[in-house]
Ligand binder design. Structure first.
Ligand code: IMP
Length: 526
């Protein structure tokens, strides 16, 4: 006989509804905060001491079809965090982390050209990389000039970049002008030089000052140079506006976007150092079952080698699993098994649990652990959140953030390719489907059955405007009804009730005929 047979049915968030709490006068949508800790903190130092605090409680799923640099950047710009998937070669994942870290509105490490490249080379690079401004450096990294490929259209393809670039002169404008005057340069020559002048500053300048110089000079960018005029970075004018238009952006102390990356329990000794070198902010151990000795060893390796980088463990679905990972030293715990929209684990293996059950049990254990040790470990609810109300419910049940695949995959910024014949849809496949497992099989020779499916979701457009704004508006509205100004209050004050199937039916339109269900003729009334 099994060690334990639990006869209470497992529950999902869809089966619950919020009961209103008293809404104080100052609990208006503009006063509601969705800030949430992603890494552990102590009772003594409080939530603000957590190493990573999200401004929106969302993480993207570490899946091939979901998270690439585009989504990770878009999420960080809006206060969430992207998690790069680990079913790819180490160097690819590390490169994508570096792309996110290098994309910050601030000191950008630019792609460069060599003076010996041709105009044709510059166009090829621009098409491939999507940039228009390229600094030109020599083999020692010394800045020689810059080109804007948009202004090269009338040039011959075989012209050398050194002949068409704006030349970098490491002197102030006054100095250049007086030197040129002393050398009897004509006014036209002086004006041409000034027009082509590359504004620059020395390494060490802070971002605010760099932004002020960009504004004051009305330049597209300024070059930041180090010793011997070696190029360090560029600060772009357009990024200043990007920064202003993303007040919730999630950035590190160097004003670079924050991003996370997943590891598996096979090659972590090789993968983690590469991710850390690329600047990753958090490691996520990616496993459908995190209650294993392999996971414990992977966590302990990370914490031993890189004690300052937070590690998220998971997935677990029981109080026992939570204790196991907490004792292994994780900074956060991800929970869920079998609830993902692409998941067939429950059908194939019979393992899993309703997500509401999971979050309820694990959060209760987390709270107990907090009382005992004074250490708060954030819980991330992963899989199965297809509507804003499910997400708010997960947060009310005690989760600190939500990991989503389905919710983000239809966005323009996701990694998902379009349907080959219909751009109204994007492709979405599970990490447990053979399409994603091909890489692992090739590398580790693991052959097994599918635990995920391969399908389509509607294309929805931009992440912020079409997904995040909608979800957060609904979440905030629910919180107002519950009288909760932040997620900590939601954890403590929310009252939720299990509903019957009949009340669920009552909660939908009933006893009327909706226009979409009428014939075209009948709809044309009046
Ligand atoms: P969704 O947000 O409901 O689409 O669920 C996404 C989550 O499903 C991921 O974050 C993973 O935890 C999980 N997942 C991803 N791929 C698979 C799979 O192939 N089988 C089962 N679960 C998966």
């Amino acid at each position: 006989m099994a060690k334990e047979i639990i006869n209470d049915p497992s529950r999902t968030f869809m089966e619950y509804r919020f009961l209103p709490g008293e809404t104080p006068r100052d609990c208006t949508p503009d006063k509601i905060s969705l800030r949430t800790p992603l890494t552990k903190f102590t009772k003594e130092s409080g939530m603000e001491s957590a190493k990573i605090i999200l401004n929106l409680p969302f993480m993207s799923a570490a899946m091939q079809s979901v998270t690439g640099s585009g989504l990770a950047i878009a999420l960080a710009q809006n206060g969430g965090i992207g998690v790069h998937y680990c079913s790819q070669p180490v160097e690819d994942e590390a490169r994508k982390v570096a792309e996110v870290k290098g994309a910050k509105a601030g000191f950008v490490k630019p792609k460069t050209l060599s003076p010996n490249d041709t105009v044709e080379d510059a166009f090829e690079k621009a098409v491939k990389e999507g940039y228009s401004i390229y600094p030109v450096i020599d083999e020692n990294g010394v800045l020689l000039g810059s080109v804007n490929v948009n202004y090269l259209k009338n040039r011959m393809g075989d012209e050398k970049i050194s002949d068409v670039m704006r030349k970098f002169i490491p002197k102030g404008l006054d100095e250049i002008t007086s030197e040129m005057k002393a050398n009897n340069a004509t006014d036209e020559e002086i004006i041409k030089t000034i027009r082509e002048y590359i504004t620059f500053a020395k390494v060490g300048i802070d971002l605010e000052e760099a932004n002020r110089i960009v504004e004051e000079n009305n330049s597209k960018f300024i070059a930041i140079v180090g010793e011997d005029n070696k190029l360090h970075s560029l600060v772009f004018r357009k990024d200043i506006y990007k920064h202003i238009s993303h007040p919730k952006e999630l950035i590190d102390a160097n004003k670079r976007y924050i991003c996370a990356a997943a590891i598996n329990t096979h090659d972590y000794k090789e993968r983690v150092p590469a991710l850390v070198k690329a600047g990753v902010d958090m490691i996520v151990v990616d496993s459908s079952d995190g209650y294993t000795e392999w996971q414990k060893e992977a966590v302990q390796f990370c914490k031993g080698e890189y004690p300052t980088i937070p590690v998220m463990g998971g997935n677990i679905i029981t109080a026992e699993g939570f204790r196991y990972l907490a004792d292994a030293g994780v900074d956060a715990v991800k929970v869920g098994m079998g609830g993902g929209s692409i998941c067939i684990t429950q059908e194939q293996k019979g393992t899993g649990r309703g997500q509401a059950d999971v979050v309820e049990e694990v959060c209760a254990e987390r709270d107990k652990y907090y009382e005992e040790t004074g250490v708060y470990i954030p819980i991330i609810s992963d899989g199965g959140h297809s509507f804003a109300k499910d997400m708010t419910m997960a947060l009310a049940f005690g989760a600190d953030a939500i990991m989503c695949g389905r919710m983000f995959v239809g966005c323009e910024e996701s990694n998902a390719p379009f349907h080959p014949e219909d751009r109204k849809f994007k492709q979405y496949w599970g990490e447990g489907h053979s399409r994603a497992k091909a890489w692992r099989q090739q590398r580790y020779g693991q052959v097994s059955f599918d635990e995920g499916v391969d399908g389509f979701v509607p294309f929805v457009g931009k992440l912020k405007e079409n997904v995040l704004d909608d979800i957060t508006k609904k979440m905030i509205s629910t919180m107002v009804t519950c009288g909760c100004k932040n997620l900590d209050e939601l954890h403590k004050k929310a009252r939720v009730k299990l509903i019957s199937e009949l009340s669920m039916r009552e909660g939908k339109p009933h006893d009327i005929i909706l226009p979409e269900n009428m014939t075209y003729k009948a709809r044309r009334w009046g």
